[in-house]
Design a binder for this molecule. Structure first.
Ligand code: HAM
Length: 424
Protein backbone atom coordinates (compact mmCIF):
# COMPACT_ATOMS: atom_id res chain seq x y z
CA UNK A 1 0.00 0.00 0.00
CA UNK A 2 1.39 3.40 -0.97
CA UNK A 3 1.46 6.24 1.54
CA UNK A 4 -0.95 9.18 1.69
CA UNK A 5 -4.07 7.32 0.66
CA UNK A 6 -7.44 8.76 1.52
CA UNK A 7 -9.65 6.08 3.04
CA UNK A 8 -12.51 4.90 0.84
CA UNK A 9 -15.73 6.73 1.69
CA UNK A 10 -13.83 9.64 3.30
CA UNK A 11 -13.34 13.10 1.86
CA UNK A 12 -11.38 16.33 2.25
CA UNK A 13 -13.53 19.45 2.29
CA UNK A 14 -11.39 22.07 0.61
CA UNK A 15 -12.21 25.73 -0.18
CA UNK A 16 -15.56 25.99 -1.99
CA UNK A 17 -16.67 22.62 -0.62
CA UNK A 18 -15.95 23.84 2.92
CA UNK A 19 -17.75 27.11 2.17
CA UNK A 20 -20.91 25.32 1.07
CA UNK A 21 -20.67 23.08 4.12
CA UNK A 22 -20.47 26.09 6.44
CA UNK A 23 -23.22 27.94 4.57
CA UNK A 24 -25.63 25.04 5.16
CA UNK A 25 -24.75 24.97 8.86
CA UNK A 26 -25.15 28.77 9.15
CA UNK A 27 -28.54 28.85 7.42
CA UNK A 28 -29.81 25.93 9.48
CA UNK A 29 -28.48 27.35 12.77
CA UNK A 30 -30.38 30.57 12.15
CA UNK A 31 -33.64 28.77 11.42
CA UNK A 32 -33.09 26.41 14.37
CA UNK A 33 -32.81 29.45 16.66
CA UNK A 34 -36.03 30.91 15.22
CA UNK A 35 -37.78 27.66 16.07
CA UNK A 36 -36.29 27.72 19.58
CA UNK A 37 -33.98 24.76 19.12
CA UNK A 38 -30.91 25.05 21.32
CA UNK A 39 -27.53 24.06 19.97
CA UNK A 40 -25.67 21.29 21.78
CA UNK A 41 -22.68 19.07 21.03
CA UNK A 42 -22.23 15.41 21.93
CA UNK A 43 -19.37 12.88 21.97
CA UNK A 44 -18.26 11.15 18.79
CA UNK A 45 -17.59 7.98 20.75
CA UNK A 46 -20.11 6.17 22.94
CA UNK A 47 -20.31 2.75 24.58
CA UNK A 48 -21.46 0.37 21.85
CA UNK A 49 -24.57 -0.70 23.75
CA UNK A 50 -26.01 2.84 23.41
CA UNK A 51 -26.50 2.17 19.71
CA UNK A 52 -27.26 -1.55 19.75
CA UNK A 53 -30.03 -1.13 22.35
CA UNK A 54 -31.73 1.69 20.45
CA UNK A 55 -31.27 1.14 16.71
CA UNK A 56 -31.95 -2.61 16.95
CA UNK A 57 -29.51 -5.51 16.60
CA UNK A 58 -31.03 -6.40 13.22
CA UNK A 59 -30.84 -2.89 11.73
CA UNK A 60 -28.33 -2.47 8.88
CA UNK A 61 -26.33 0.00 10.94
CA UNK A 62 -25.80 -2.30 13.93
CA UNK A 63 -25.53 -5.57 12.03
CA UNK A 64 -22.86 -4.43 9.58
CA UNK A 65 -22.02 -0.73 9.49
CA UNK A 66 -20.59 0.45 12.80
CA UNK A 67 -16.97 1.43 13.36
CA UNK A 68 -16.49 -0.21 16.72
CA UNK A 69 -13.48 -1.34 18.68
CA UNK A 70 -12.21 -2.09 22.17
CA UNK A 71 -10.40 0.94 23.58
CA UNK A 72 -7.26 0.77 25.72
CA UNK A 73 -9.35 0.53 28.87
CA UNK A 74 -11.19 -2.52 27.52
CA UNK A 75 -14.45 -0.64 26.76
CA UNK A 76 -16.47 -1.72 23.74
CA UNK A 77 -16.99 1.63 21.95
CA UNK A 78 -18.57 2.82 18.68
CA UNK A 79 -18.03 5.90 16.55
CA UNK A 80 -21.45 7.50 16.35
CA UNK A 81 -23.42 6.30 13.33
CA UNK A 82 -26.34 8.66 14.11
CA UNK A 83 -27.24 11.33 16.70
CA UNK A 84 -30.51 10.23 18.27
CA UNK A 85 -29.30 7.44 20.56
CA UNK A 86 -26.44 9.55 21.94
CA UNK A 87 -28.74 12.52 22.57
CA UNK A 88 -31.22 10.28 24.40
CA UNK A 89 -28.29 8.98 26.45
CA UNK A 90 -27.34 12.59 27.24
CA UNK A 91 -30.90 13.44 28.27
CA UNK A 92 -30.90 10.53 30.71
CA UNK A 93 -27.34 11.08 31.98
CA UNK A 94 -27.92 14.79 32.57
CA UNK A 95 -31.46 14.25 33.96
CA UNK A 96 -32.88 16.93 31.71
CA UNK A 97 -36.49 16.03 32.60
CA UNK A 98 -37.26 19.34 34.30
CA UNK A 99 -36.24 21.17 31.10
CA UNK A 100 -38.98 19.49 29.04
CA UNK A 101 -40.25 20.28 26.49
CA UNK A 102 -36.76 20.40 25.07
CA UNK A 103 -35.63 21.19 21.55
CA UNK A 104 -32.06 20.28 20.62
CA UNK A 105 -30.15 21.09 17.43
CA UNK A 106 -26.78 19.56 16.68
CA UNK A 107 -24.57 18.85 13.70
CA UNK A 108 -21.36 17.02 13.01
CA UNK A 109 -19.69 13.93 11.58
CA UNK A 110 -21.01 10.37 11.67
CA UNK A 111 -19.51 7.08 10.57
CA UNK A 112 -21.12 4.12 8.83
CA UNK A 113 -19.21 1.38 7.05
CA UNK A 114 -21.46 1.44 3.96
CA UNK A 115 -20.64 0.85 0.30
CA UNK A 116 -19.67 4.36 -0.90
CA UNK A 117 -21.57 5.79 -3.85
CA UNK A 118 -23.04 9.15 -4.93
CA UNK A 119 -24.63 10.66 -1.82
CA UNK A 120 -23.30 7.90 0.43
CA UNK A 121 -20.03 8.17 2.34
CA UNK A 122 -18.46 6.40 5.30
CA UNK A 123 -17.84 9.66 7.08
CA UNK A 124 -20.76 11.98 6.47
CA UNK A 125 -22.37 14.86 8.33
CA UNK A 126 -25.88 15.55 9.55
CA UNK A 127 -27.94 18.47 10.78
CA UNK A 128 -29.91 16.86 13.58
CA UNK A 129 -33.03 18.01 15.40
CA UNK A 130 -34.72 16.33 18.38
CA UNK A 131 -37.89 17.57 20.07
CA UNK A 132 -38.54 15.92 23.47
CA UNK A 133 -41.66 16.09 25.62
CA UNK A 134 -44.39 16.98 23.14
CA UNK A 135 -46.87 14.20 22.45
CA UNK A 136 -49.19 16.39 20.36
CA UNK A 137 -49.38 16.19 16.56
CA UNK A 138 -48.34 19.82 16.69
CA UNK A 139 -44.74 18.68 17.18
CA UNK A 140 -44.92 16.86 13.84
CA UNK A 141 -46.22 19.99 12.15
CA UNK A 142 -43.53 22.16 13.65
CA UNK A 143 -40.81 19.73 12.58
CA UNK A 144 -42.13 19.43 9.03
CA UNK A 145 -42.50 23.21 8.67
CA UNK A 146 -38.97 23.57 9.96
CA UNK A 147 -37.65 21.31 7.19
CA UNK A 148 -39.63 23.35 4.68
CA UNK A 149 -38.10 26.58 6.03
CA UNK A 150 -34.59 25.15 5.65
CA UNK A 151 -35.28 23.99 2.08
CA UNK A 152 -36.79 27.35 1.26
CA UNK A 153 -33.81 29.28 2.63
CA UNK A 154 -31.36 26.99 0.78
CA UNK A 155 -33.51 27.45 -2.33
CA UNK A 156 -33.88 23.71 -2.95
CA UNK A 157 -37.61 23.41 -2.23
CA UNK A 158 -38.57 22.49 -5.77
CA UNK A 159 -36.02 19.64 -5.74
CA UNK A 160 -37.53 17.94 -2.71
CA UNK A 161 -40.79 16.18 -1.88
CA UNK A 162 -42.24 14.79 1.30
CA UNK A 163 -43.10 11.12 1.83
CA UNK A 164 -44.95 10.38 5.02
CA UNK A 165 -46.42 7.35 6.78
CA UNK A 166 -47.60 6.26 10.20
CA UNK A 167 -46.31 3.05 11.76
CA UNK A 168 -49.02 3.25 14.43
CA UNK A 169 -48.50 2.13 18.02
CA UNK A 170 -46.30 -0.81 19.12
CA UNK A 171 -49.37 -3.07 19.23
CA UNK A 172 -50.42 -2.03 15.72
CA UNK A 173 -46.95 -2.74 14.41
CA UNK A 174 -46.77 -6.14 16.11
CA UNK A 175 -50.12 -7.14 14.60
CA UNK A 176 -49.07 -5.87 11.19
CA UNK A 177 -45.72 -7.68 11.34
CA UNK A 178 -47.51 -10.97 11.98
CA UNK A 179 -49.81 -10.52 8.96
CA UNK A 180 -47.02 -9.29 6.72
CA UNK A 181 -44.80 -12.27 7.56
CA UNK A 182 -47.77 -14.62 6.99
CA UNK A 183 -48.26 -13.10 3.52
CA UNK A 184 -44.54 -12.99 2.59
CA UNK A 185 -43.94 -16.59 3.65
CA UNK A 186 -46.20 -17.69 0.80
CA UNK A 187 -43.69 -16.09 -1.61
CA UNK A 188 -40.54 -16.88 0.36
CA UNK A 189 -38.80 -18.81 -2.41
CA UNK A 190 -39.23 -15.88 -4.87
CA UNK A 191 -37.87 -13.22 -2.53
CA UNK A 192 -34.38 -11.77 -3.01
CA UNK A 193 -31.62 -13.27 -0.85
CA UNK A 194 -31.52 -10.13 1.29
CA UNK A 195 -35.28 -10.20 1.88
CA UNK A 196 -35.18 -13.91 2.76
CA UNK A 197 -32.81 -13.05 5.60
CA UNK A 198 -34.93 -10.08 6.62
CA UNK A 199 -38.07 -12.20 6.75
CA UNK A 200 -37.05 -13.67 10.08
CA UNK A 201 -34.94 -10.79 11.38
CA UNK A 202 -36.53 -7.50 10.29
CA UNK A 203 -39.55 -8.18 8.01
CA UNK A 204 -40.78 -4.55 7.79
CA UNK A 205 -37.56 -3.62 6.00
CA UNK A 206 -38.57 -5.87 3.08
CA UNK A 207 -41.05 -3.09 2.20
CA UNK A 208 -38.01 -0.89 1.45
CA UNK A 209 -36.50 -3.39 -0.98
CA UNK A 210 -35.30 -2.00 -4.33
CA UNK A 211 -35.40 -5.51 -5.92
CA UNK A 212 -37.96 -5.67 -8.80
CA UNK A 213 -39.38 -9.09 -7.88
CA UNK A 214 -39.63 -8.14 -4.20
CA UNK A 215 -41.50 -5.01 -5.20
CA UNK A 216 -44.05 -7.02 -7.22
CA UNK A 217 -44.70 -9.20 -4.18
CA UNK A 218 -44.90 -6.17 -1.87
CA UNK A 219 -47.43 -4.44 -4.13
CA UNK A 220 -50.14 -6.87 -3.01
CA UNK A 221 -48.96 -7.22 0.59
CA UNK A 222 -51.22 -6.06 3.45
CA UNK A 223 -50.69 -2.38 4.27
CA UNK A 224 -50.04 -0.98 7.74
CA UNK A 225 -53.00 1.43 7.57
CA UNK A 226 -55.37 -1.55 7.52
CA UNK A 227 -54.23 -2.24 11.09
CA UNK A 228 -54.49 1.24 12.66
CA UNK A 229 -56.70 1.57 15.72
CA UNK A 230 -58.83 4.69 16.26
CA UNK A 231 -56.04 6.55 18.08
CA UNK A 232 -53.44 5.82 15.37
CA UNK A 233 -55.90 6.89 12.73
CA UNK A 234 -56.94 10.14 14.47
CA UNK A 235 -53.38 11.18 15.14
CA UNK A 236 -52.29 10.66 11.54
CA UNK A 237 -55.37 12.34 10.06
CA UNK A 238 -54.76 15.48 12.14
CA UNK A 239 -51.25 15.75 10.71
CA UNK A 240 -52.40 15.18 7.16
CA UNK A 241 -55.19 17.75 7.51
CA UNK A 242 -52.85 20.35 8.90
CA UNK A 243 -50.24 19.77 6.19
CA UNK A 244 -52.88 20.21 3.51
CA UNK A 245 -53.96 23.45 5.17
CA UNK A 246 -50.36 24.69 5.31
CA UNK A 247 -49.99 23.83 1.61
CA UNK A 248 -47.11 21.50 2.31
CA UNK A 249 -47.46 18.87 -0.37
CA UNK A 250 -46.91 15.25 0.63
CA UNK A 251 -47.36 11.72 -0.53
CA UNK A 252 -48.56 9.04 1.88
CA UNK A 253 -46.29 6.07 1.32
CA UNK A 254 -47.51 2.99 3.23
CA UNK A 255 -44.22 1.21 2.47
CA UNK A 256 -42.10 3.86 4.20
CA UNK A 257 -40.86 2.12 7.36
CA UNK A 258 -37.35 3.57 8.00
CA UNK A 259 -34.37 1.43 8.90
CA UNK A 260 -34.11 2.08 12.64
CA UNK A 261 -36.01 0.25 15.34
CA UNK A 262 -37.03 3.13 17.56
CA UNK A 263 -39.77 4.73 15.46
CA UNK A 264 -43.50 4.59 16.16
CA UNK A 265 -46.39 6.56 14.64
CA UNK A 266 -45.16 9.23 12.22
CA UNK A 267 -42.21 8.57 9.92
CA UNK A 268 -41.16 10.76 7.02
CA UNK A 269 -38.51 11.39 4.39
CA UNK A 270 -37.89 14.42 2.22
CA UNK A 271 -36.59 12.87 -0.98
CA UNK A 272 -35.09 14.10 -4.23
CA UNK A 273 -34.82 12.57 -7.69
CA UNK A 274 -31.44 14.25 -8.25
CA UNK A 275 -29.17 11.90 -6.29
CA UNK A 276 -29.84 8.50 -7.78
CA UNK A 277 -30.51 5.70 -5.33
CA UNK A 278 -29.64 7.77 -2.26
CA UNK A 279 -32.77 9.82 -2.48
CA UNK A 280 -33.49 10.78 1.16
CA UNK A 281 -32.20 14.21 2.14
CA UNK A 282 -34.03 14.74 5.46
CA UNK A 283 -35.49 11.80 7.34
CA UNK A 284 -36.94 11.09 10.74
CA UNK A 285 -40.00 10.37 12.79
CA UNK A 286 -41.57 9.96 16.19
CA UNK A 287 -39.97 7.74 18.81
CA UNK A 288 -42.09 7.97 21.96
CA UNK A 289 -40.67 4.86 23.64
CA UNK A 290 -36.94 5.25 23.19
CA UNK A 291 -36.08 7.28 26.30
CA UNK A 292 -37.94 4.79 28.49
CA UNK A 293 -36.51 1.79 26.65
CA UNK A 294 -33.02 3.12 27.28
CA UNK A 295 -33.67 3.30 31.02
CA UNK A 296 -35.10 6.83 31.37
CA UNK A 297 -38.59 8.13 32.13
CA UNK A 298 -41.37 8.12 29.56
CA UNK A 299 -40.61 11.07 27.26
CA UNK A 300 -42.44 11.32 23.93
CA UNK A 301 -40.14 12.55 21.17
CA UNK A 302 -39.78 13.29 17.49
CA UNK A 303 -36.77 14.23 15.40
CA UNK A 304 -35.03 14.15 12.07
CA UNK A 305 -31.67 14.53 10.43
CA UNK A 306 -30.56 16.02 7.12
CA UNK A 307 -27.46 14.86 5.24
CA UNK A 308 -25.12 17.80 4.65
CA UNK A 309 -23.32 16.08 1.72
CA UNK A 310 -26.65 15.51 -0.02
CA UNK A 311 -27.64 19.13 0.57
CA UNK A 312 -24.32 20.31 -0.89
CA UNK A 313 -25.13 18.35 -4.06
CA UNK A 314 -28.51 20.09 -4.31
CA UNK A 315 -27.28 23.67 -3.85
CA UNK A 316 -27.45 25.89 -6.92
CA UNK A 317 -24.30 27.37 -8.41
CA UNK A 318 -25.39 30.82 -7.21
CA UNK A 319 -26.46 29.61 -3.77
CA UNK A 320 -24.65 32.45 -2.04
CA UNK A 321 -26.43 35.20 -3.89
CA UNK A 322 -27.73 37.58 -1.25
CA UNK A 323 -31.08 39.30 -1.25
CA UNK A 324 -30.87 42.72 -2.90
CA UNK A 325 -32.70 45.84 -1.69
CA UNK A 326 -32.26 49.41 -2.88
CA UNK A 327 -32.88 53.01 -1.94
CA UNK A 328 -33.58 55.25 -4.92
CA UNK A 329 -33.27 59.01 -4.33
CA UNK A 330 -35.21 60.81 -7.04
CA UNK A 331 -32.75 63.68 -7.23
CA UNK A 332 -29.39 64.91 -5.96
CA UNK A 333 -30.89 66.72 -2.95
CA UNK A 334 -32.33 63.49 -1.52
CA UNK A 335 -28.89 61.86 -1.40
CA UNK A 336 -28.02 63.00 2.09
CA UNK A 337 -31.25 61.65 3.53
CA UNK A 338 -30.85 58.41 1.53
CA UNK A 339 -27.45 57.70 3.03
CA UNK A 340 -28.74 58.31 6.55
CA UNK A 341 -31.52 55.85 5.83
CA UNK A 342 -29.02 53.39 4.35
CA UNK A 343 -26.94 53.49 7.50
CA UNK A 344 -29.98 52.79 9.70
CA UNK A 345 -31.27 49.98 7.49
CA UNK A 346 -27.87 48.28 7.53
CA UNK A 347 -27.67 48.69 11.31
CA UNK A 348 -31.07 47.00 11.55
CA UNK A 349 -29.59 44.05 9.66
CA UNK A 350 -31.07 44.63 6.18
CA UNK A 351 -28.96 44.40 3.07
CA UNK A 352 -29.39 47.70 1.11
CA UNK A 353 -27.57 49.79 -1.49
CA UNK A 354 -28.28 53.31 -2.74
CA UNK A 355 -28.91 53.53 -6.51
CA UNK A 356 -29.28 57.00 -7.92
CA UNK A 357 -32.29 57.64 -10.07
CA UNK A 358 -31.96 58.84 -13.62
CA UNK A 359 -34.38 61.60 -14.50
CA UNK A 360 -37.06 59.10 -15.40
CA UNK A 361 -38.05 57.14 -12.27
CA UNK A 362 -40.08 54.45 -14.00
CA UNK A 363 -37.19 53.76 -16.37
CA UNK A 364 -34.82 53.49 -13.39
CA UNK A 365 -37.14 51.09 -11.61
CA UNK A 366 -37.45 48.94 -14.72
CA UNK A 367 -33.66 48.75 -14.87
CA UNK A 368 -33.49 47.87 -11.17
CA UNK A 369 -36.02 45.08 -11.57
CA UNK A 370 -33.53 43.17 -13.72
CA UNK A 371 -31.40 42.87 -10.54
CA UNK A 372 -34.30 41.03 -8.93
CA UNK A 373 -34.60 43.19 -5.80
CA UNK A 374 -36.92 42.42 -2.92
CA UNK A 375 -37.61 45.96 -1.61
CA UNK A 376 -36.95 49.40 -3.03
CA UNK A 377 -37.35 52.64 -1.05
CA UNK A 378 -38.16 55.63 -3.24
CA UNK A 379 -37.10 58.96 -1.76
CA UNK A 380 -38.63 62.09 -3.26
CA UNK A 381 -38.94 65.70 -2.24
CA UNK A 382 -42.74 65.65 -2.26
CA UNK A 383 -42.96 62.53 -0.07
CA UNK A 384 -40.34 63.84 2.36
CA UNK A 385 -42.28 67.07 2.76
CA UNK A 386 -45.31 64.94 3.79
CA UNK A 387 -43.14 62.83 6.12
CA UNK A 388 -43.66 59.61 4.19
CA UNK A 389 -41.52 57.04 2.40
CA UNK A 390 -42.59 54.97 -0.56
CA UNK A 391 -41.63 51.31 -0.28
CA UNK A 392 -42.12 48.94 -3.16
CA UNK A 393 -42.13 45.17 -2.78
CA UNK A 394 -40.87 43.84 -6.10
CA UNK A 395 -41.87 40.26 -5.27
CA UNK A 396 -45.55 41.01 -4.68
CA UNK A 397 -45.81 44.19 -6.73
CA UNK A 398 -47.32 46.00 -3.73
CA UNK A 399 -46.45 49.60 -2.93
CA UNK A 400 -46.64 51.07 0.60
CA UNK A 401 -46.61 54.61 1.96
CA UNK A 402 -45.04 54.46 5.39
CA UNK A 403 -44.73 57.23 7.92
CA UNK A 404 -41.25 58.62 8.60
CA UNK A 405 -42.12 58.74 12.31
CA UNK A 406 -42.10 54.97 12.82
CA UNK A 407 -40.83 53.63 9.50
CA UNK A 408 -38.59 51.08 11.25
CA UNK A 409 -41.43 49.10 12.81
CA UNK A 410 -43.71 49.55 9.79
CA UNK A 411 -41.05 48.27 7.44
CA UNK A 412 -40.23 45.36 9.75
CA UNK A 413 -43.89 44.27 9.57
CA UNK A 414 -44.02 44.55 5.79
CA UNK A 415 -40.70 42.74 5.43
CA UNK A 416 -41.59 39.88 7.79
CA UNK A 417 -44.96 39.38 6.11
CA UNK A 418 -43.32 39.17 2.74
CA UNK A 419 -40.71 36.66 3.95
CA UNK A 420 -43.41 34.54 5.62
CA UNK A 421 -45.40 34.47 2.40
CA UNK A 422 -42.42 33.31 0.41
CA UNK A 423 -41.59 30.61 2.99
CA UNK A 424 -45.10 29.20 2.47
P1 HAM B 1 -31.09 8.22 8.69
O1 HAM B 1 -32.22 8.01 7.72
O2 HAM B 1 -30.22 7.07 8.95
O3 HAM B 1 -31.75 8.75 10.01
O4 HAM B 1 -30.20 9.42 8.17
C1 HAM B 1 -30.73 10.71 7.96
C2 HAM B 1 -30.08 11.37 6.75
O5 HAM B 1 -28.66 11.34 6.86
C3 HAM B 1 -30.35 10.66 5.42
O6 HAM B 1 -31.60 11.03 4.89
C4 HAM B 1 -29.20 11.18 4.58
O7 HAM B 1 -29.47 12.49 4.11
C5 HAM B 1 -28.05 11.25 5.58
N1 HAM B 1 -27.21 10.05 5.48
C6 HAM B 1 -27.42 8.86 6.10
N2 HAM B 1 -26.41 7.99 5.80
C7 HAM B 1 -25.57 8.65 4.98
C8 HAM B 1 -24.34 8.31 4.32
N3 HAM B 1 -23.78 7.12 4.47
N4 HAM B 1 -23.76 9.24 3.53
C9 HAM B 1 -24.31 10.47 3.38
N5 HAM B 1 -25.46 10.85 3.98
C10 HAM B 1 -26.07 9.95 4.76
C11 HAM B 1 -31.07 9.00 11.16
O8 HAM B 1 -29.87 9.05 11.23
C12 HAM B 1 -31.96 9.31 12.35
N6 HAM B 1 -31.10 9.43 13.53
C13 HAM B 1 -32.75 10.57 12.08
C14 HAM B 1 -33.59 10.96 13.28
C15 HAM B 1 -33.33 11.94 14.15
N7 HAM B 1 -34.71 10.36 13.65
C16 HAM B 1 -35.16 10.93 14.76
N8 HAM B 1 -34.33 11.87 15.09
Amino acid sequence: MSNNNLLRGFKDYIFSEAEKFQYIIDVTSEIAANYNFQKSYFPLLEESNIYSRSLGEESDIISKETYNFIDKGGNDVTLRPEFTAGIVRALITNKLYDKLPLKIFSYGPLFRYERPQKGRARQFHQLNFEYFGNESFYAEIEILLLVRAICKKLRIRDKISLEINSLGSNETRAKYKEHLVGYLKKYQSSLSENSKIRLSKNPLRILDSKDKKDQEIIADAPKINEFYDIKDQDFFVKIIDYLSDAKLEFNINPNLVRGLDYYSHTVFEFTTDQLGAQNAVFAGGRYNNLVENMGGKYVPAIGFAGGIERLIELLDENYLEKEKNFIVPRAEKEFQFSFKLLDELRNLGYNFEVKSSAKNLSKSLRKLSSLNPHFVFIIGEEELSKNILIVKNFRSGQEYKISLVNWQSEFRKIYNNSVLKTIK
